[in-house]
Design a protein. Structure first.
Length: 317
C-alpha cells in the first residue's frame, strides 16, 4: 500500500526540477565547500587499516559492561583504544593504535591490555586472534583505496561516454564527485573511523548513484528524440518526473535494508552502514538535482538531432 501510494504520487507529479536548479546548485556548492573545508582542517580519522595498529579479538563467558571496559582501556594511555562487540555480545573486538617505540612498544602495549582484561573480566576470556597492521601496510592501503576510487570513477565516465555521449559522461562524473566528496566530508565532520570498509561503501555509493543517473539520462535522451520542438527545460522535467516513482521506491527499499543493518548489524559494520545510508540519500538527490541540471549546460539536443539525421541518412541510402 505504501509503495503503491508512492507510485501514484510520483506518476501525478510535475515538479519543476530544472526551474529550481539554481537553488540546488547553491545547496550543493555549500555542501561541497563545507565538506572540503572540514577535510582540510579536521582531516579524516583514519582507522587502523590506514594508520597501523593492533586488533585483538576475544570471547568472554557472558556479556560484559562495555562502557566500563572501554573507559578502563582508554585510561591505560595507549591512545584511542576502541572496544566493540563482534557478532554476539560475548565476542569483543579491541582496536589499538600503533605505539611509538616500534615492535617492542607495541608488544608491551598488547601485554598491558591483556593484563587489564584478566583483572576486569572475572569469568575469564578466550583470546581468539591478535593482528598487527604496520604503518607501511597502512600507507599502501591508502594508495590502493585512492586508486580504487579514481579508477572506478574513470571507468564509469568511459562507460557513460560510450553508452550516451560525452556530455552525459561529464555530468555523471560531476554528480559522482559530488556524492563522494559529501560522504567523505561527513566522516571528517563527525570524525568517524575512515577505513577500508568506508572505501568499499564509497564504491558502492558510486555504483548505486550511477545506476539511478543512467535511468534518468536514458529517459532524457528518449524524451529529447520524442519531443524535438519542446523547450529543453520542459523536456528535462518530463523525463525526471516520469522516472521519479522508480527513483523514490528504489531508494526507500534500499534504506529499509540499510536501517535493518544499522539496528541489528552491530558496531563492526556501523561506519560502513552510516556511509551507505548517507550515500543513498545524497546519491538520490544528485541524480535528480545535480546530474540532470548539469546536463542542461551542454547542447545535448544538437547531438540528439545529429544522431537522428545520421539514422535517416543511412535509411535512405
Amino acid at each position: 500500500m505504501f509503495f503503491k501510494g508512492i507510485s501514484l504520487i510520483s506518476e501525478n507529479t510535475n515538479i519543476d526540477v530544472i526551474g529550481k536548479r539554481k537553488i540546488a546548485f547553491v545547496l550543493s556548492t555549500l555542501l561541497i565547500v563545507f565538506s572540503i573545508y572540514s577535510i582540510a582542517t579536521k582531516g579524516l580519522n583514519f582507522g587502523i587499516d590506514f594508520t597501523g595498529g593492533t586488533v585483538i579479538e576475544i570471547q568472554t563467558q557472558k556479556a560484559e559492561d562495555l562502557a566500563g571496559l572501554r573507559e578502563g582501556l582508554n585510561s591505560l594511555e595507549l591512545g584511542n583504544v576502541s572496544l566493540q562487540t563482534f557478532g554476539e555480545d560475548t565476542d569483543l573486538l579491541i582496536r589499538m593504535p600503533e605505539q611509538e617505540g616500534g615492535p617492542d612498544a607495541q608488544e608491551a602495549a598488547i601485554n598491558k591490555v591483556k593484563t587489564f582484561l584478566s583483572e576486569h573480566i572475572t569469568d575469564g576470556y578466550e583470546l581468539r586472534r591478535t593482528e598487527f597492521v604496520g604503518p607501511q601496510v597502512g600507507e599502501e592501503l591508502k594508495k590502493a583505496g585512492l586508486l580504487a576510487i579514481i579508477f572506478s570513477l574513470g571507468g564509469i565516465m568511459v562507460y557513460i561516454w560510450m553508452r550516451f555521449e560525452w556530455q552525459f559522461g561529464v555530468a555523471a562524473i560531476i554528480a559522482l564527485a559530488h556524492d563522494a566528496i559529501a560522504t567523505i566530508g561527513l566522516f571528517a565532520i563527525l570524525q568517524m573511523d575512515f577505513d577500508l570498509s568506508t572505501v568499499a561503501a564509497l564504491l558502492m555509493i558510486a555504483g548505486y548513484s550511477i545506476n539511478d543517473t543512467v535511468v534518468v539520462f536514458d529517459r532524457i535522451r528518449e524524451t529529447l528524440r520524442k519531443y524535438k520542438k519542446t523547450a529543453l527545460p520542459e523536456v528535462f522535467n518530463m523525463a525526471i518526473n516520469s522516472t521519479l516513482s522508480r527513483t523514490v521506491m528504489t531508494s526507500v527499499t534500499t534504506l529499509i535494508a540499510l536501517i535493518a543493518l544499522y539496528l541489528f548489524g552491530g558496531e563492526v559494520i556501523r561506519g560502513f552502514v552510516d556511509a551507505l545510508i548517507y550515500g543513498v540519500l545524497i546519491g538520490t538527490y544528485s541524480s535528480v538535482f545535480v546530474a540532470s541540471p548539469v546536463l542542461m549546460f551542454f547542447n545535448v539536443r544538437a547531438d540528439a538531432d545529429k544522431d537522428d539525421e545520421s539514422v535517416e541518412a543511412v535509411g535512405k541510402a
